[in-house]
Design a binder for this molecule. Structure first.
Ligand code: ATP
Ligand code: MG
Length: 362
């Protein structure tokens, strides 16, 4: 009986696209442990996310593609779904967290906090365990975006307990408001406070910790990247030139700090009139994609300018939870899936790299 060649199996699977990510199973690094013997093929599909609307269809498409090869009567597919994790680090900071994702921008007000909150909640919807750390000492947003006002609790071992809202654990300096916080922060104070948050918060085991950064390239960014095992940065920009220049600065900072940039999100990209359906590009459009191409950084997608996003954030229930079917929520979900897939790919490449050869994949 004929035995299918591994190259033919990979080529068949390379023609199967994950519709949610717009890339094929081989390119996504999902195919592992291909074993072929007379009449049968076994393989593992290691997906990035535990859940996904297209998951069952994807596995069936893979099975059909391999079953269509000459000489293959049976196909045995093991499905693993797991975001993977960064290579082990020694410091012990955030040791129960498998992936730390920083959300950053060079410029203020472009929607980092909105992206961070919705990204965390959307990752949660993929079936992962997710936490959100608000590292903006100057203007914490998480208390408002998750409508949290309860005071912080400290465990017997002096660890700070995260606050849970909308199903995810949260930590924000804003939870300490009214507990003697300074109005003006000097650089070293910011670093000290962030260090404490990184060392003393008792996070449950997490697949992802999303970190909402303040704007710019200052002490918070430095402290976070030096102290914590950040294994991916998401840069947020609005489409106009000024914001893109700042996004570029943010990119350069992460490059210098050896933190892989997972990609660029263009936020507030195009407003669809609720009355006539016409799209107006208030902050122009497409600049994020252009700069991503120019800089050789992956493109993670665009999120429309949508008044419902503002209302949802202001009322303590970000749009992916409040109205998952809305265009804004769908855009955030698509970004989250791409972020999960990129991290999965980075983690796999790093795990595969010979020792001493790990390093940046842009
Ligand atoms: N896609 C969007 N559509 C409409 N409004 C948005 C969108 N994204 C963010 N906003 C709104 O823009 C304002 C600024 O957003 P956000 O606070 O998330 O920005 P930021 O980059 O975190 O700001 P800062 O630099 O001050 O931390 C908020 O009122 C938010 O609701
Ligand atoms: Mg913010």
């Amino acid at each position: 009986m004929a035995v299918a060649k591994p190259a033919d199996i990979l080529s068949a699977l390379g023609a199967v696209e994950d519709p949610e990510l717009g890339s094929d199973l081989v390119a996504l690094g999902y195919v592992q442990d291909v074993a072929s013997k007379a009449g049968s093929v076994g393989l593992t599909l290691h997906l990035a996310m535990p859940e996904g609307a297209a998951r069952a269809a994807l596995v069936e498409a893979a099975r059909a593609a391999v079953a269509g090869l000459p000489g293959v009567d049976s196909v045995d597919i093991q499905v693993l779904a797991d975001p993977g994790e960064r290579p082990a680090v020694d410091e012990g900071v955030l040791s129960g967290v498998r992936n730390v994702v920083a959300v950053a921008s060079g410029k203020g007000g472009v929607g980092k906090s909105t992206v961070a909150a919705n990204l965390a909640l959307a990752l949660k919807q993929t079936g992962a365990a997710v936490g959100l750390l608000d590292a903006d000492m100057y203007g914490p947003s998480v208390p408002t975006m998750f409508r949290v006002s309860e005071p912080l609790r400290v465990a017997d071992d002096n660890k700070i307990l995260p606050v849970e809202a909308l199903g995810i654990p949260l930590m924000s300096i804003g939870f300490m408001a009214g507990q003697g916080l300074p109005v003006i922060w000097r650089g070293p104070m910011v670093s000290n406070m962030l260090q404490q948050l990184l060392q003393q918060v008792a996070w449950p085991p997490l697949d992802y910790l999303v970190v909402d950064l303040p704007p710019g390239t200052g002490d918070t960014q430095l402290t976070l990247c030096q102290m914590a095992p950040v294994n991916g940065a998401v840069i947020v920009t609005t489409p106009q030139e000024l914001s893109l220049i700042d996004a570029h600065r943010g990119l350069e900072m992460f490059r210098k700090l050896n933190v892989p940039v997972l990609g660029l999100v263009e936020n507030m990209s195009g407003f669809t009139c609720g009355h006539c359906g016409k799209v107006t590009d208030i902050f122009r459009r497409g600049g994020g994609k252009r700069i991503a191409t120019q800089l050789g950084v992956p493109w993670l997608g665009s999120v429309p300018l949508d008044p419902a996003v503002v209302v949802a954030g202001d009322e303590g229930e970000p749009i992916v939870v409040r109205d998952p079917a809305s265009s804004g929520a769908r855009a955030f979900l698509a970004v989250a899936r791409t972020v999960a897939a990129r991290l999965h790919e980075h983690n796999r490449r790093q795990a595969d790299a010979p020792e001493g050869e790990l390093k940046l994949n842009w």
